[in-house]
Design a protein around this ligand. Structure first.
Ligand code: AMP
Length: 380
């Protein structure tokens, strides 16, 4: 699903393209339309999931839709546990908010620095990103009022609790107008957090994004050393000799995805390719058949795979390695979900061998290496 289907305006779509956000991450696909629809959100997601943009974009959209007010008030309050996060989240608001015709003024406030310069910058601020302690100081100094808040975001709420901000959070929440939208994000759910949920959220939409690193233990990883020209036969050998029910195969380019799928079809293996150059209808058809189990093999580029929501896959094959270890982890994280173990197989050419070692080192896990060149591939 592209960003253009999520209800964002052309201005924000342009900002996304400028930032090279080509496909929404899963949390963004779910959260953006729900937030625009006025729902409260409970997002169980880590940094890296794209959670920041999942609330920044619809919030900016809502401000755009609301038009400008003559006398500006703080309308959005984002509470974060640390100074670094305050700056980071504020930067994302600035990046996307800077594209709007009427730029929205946003400010990060946090402890450990002079409160006076923050006070001087509060004029006309509509979005305030704050750590709880400094926010309460500003309130008690009457530098700000929370009476016009429309949306509250609690980002990394679990970390705020761990850092002992529970009382401050409660105090801030008690000062907010009752009628508001609440967006709560946390990496985990604890008892303390549940009590905050109950007091803050109204019938929230719960969005859970799997933490991919955690799944790595459930994934058996193999690397087949193989010459580039034998990758095709080896792939067919693996698909035919191992009892693979369904597999997602990754390639590095659109062209290669098409070529691999075509070759498989020519060899009697049902495969679809899915990538950014396919029509929307073509993508949906491929996904539909794959999800319904009617097609055994889906060949995808990284870009498409980001937006694909397939609950569980027994096998992932890297026909080519991705450039970044992060993408490798993302790819193989498509398998090994919950209690079901999965297998990730990488076809590694001599040119890729060094890179594969780096990926394993970064990941802190080793793949079992197999000499693919020693396998008799005649007839495959
Ligand atoms: P977060 O989980 O919000 O800290 O985001 C993690 C990283 O992913 C940040 O560097 C974002 O800029 C980036 N990011 C978020 N959403 C997307 C997207 N749809 N496409 C590409 N990069 C993204």
């Amino acid at each position: 699903m592209p960003f253009s289907n999520l209800g964002l305006s052309v201005t924000l779509l342009k900002a996304l393209a400028d930032q090279k956000y080509t496909q929404p991450y899963p949390i963004q696909q779910q959260a953006i339309p729900a937030i625009l629809g006025g729902k409260d959100i409970l997002g169980i997601a880590q940094t890296g999931s794209g959670k920041t943009a999942s609330f920044v974009l619809p919030i900016l959209q809502q401000l755009l839709d609301g038009g400008s007010t003559k006398k500006r008030h703080i309308r959005i309050l984002v509470l974060v546990p640390t100074r670094e996060l305050a700056i980071q989240v504020n930067d994302v608001f600035k990046t996307f908010g800077g594209h709007l015709l009427q730029p929205v003024k946003t400010l990060a406030v946090y402890g450990g620095v002079s409160i006076n310069s923050q006070k001087n910058n509060l004029d006309q601020v509509e979005i305030l990103v704050a750590t709880p302690g400094r926010l309460l100081e500003l309130i008690s100094d009457k530098a700000i009022s929370l009476s016009a808040i429309k949306t509250l975001v609690l980002d990394e709420a679990d970390k705020m609790l761990n850092l002992g901000f529970q009382d401050e959070m409660k105090q801030v929440i008690s000062l907010l107008p009752k009628n508001r939208q609440n967006l709560l994000f946390s990496a985990t759910l604890s008892e303390d957090l549940n009590s905050i949920n109950r007091n803050v959220l109204r019938d929230p939409m719960v969005i859970k994004v799997e933490e991919e690193e955690k799944n790595l233990d459930l994934i058996k990883q193999f690397g087949y050393l193989i010459s580039e020209e034998k990758k095709g036969p080896l792939l067919r050998y693996i698909l035919k000799t191992q009892k693979i029910k369904q597999v997602l195969i990754f390639t590095s380019s659109v062209h290669r995805a098409d070529a691999v799928a075509l070759k498989l079809n020519q060899n009697g293996i049902d495969a679809f390719a899915i990538h950014s150059k396919k029509s929307q209808a073509g993508r949906e058809e491929a996904l539909h058949f794959f999800k319904a189990g009617k097609v055994k093999v889906l060949v995808a580029t990284d870009l498409m795979a980001r937006g694909i929501d397939i609950k569980y896959l027994p096998y992932v094959i890297n026909y080519e390695l991705p450039r970044s270890p992060k993408d490798y982890i993302h790819r193989i994280g498509r398998t090994g979900r919950a209690e079901s173990p999965g297998e990730a197989i990488s076809l590694v050419s001599p040119d890729e061998e060094h890179h594969f070692k780096i990926i394993q080192k970064k990941m802190g896990k080793r793949a079992t290496m197999i000499d693919g060149n020693a396998i008799n591939l005649k007839g495959f």
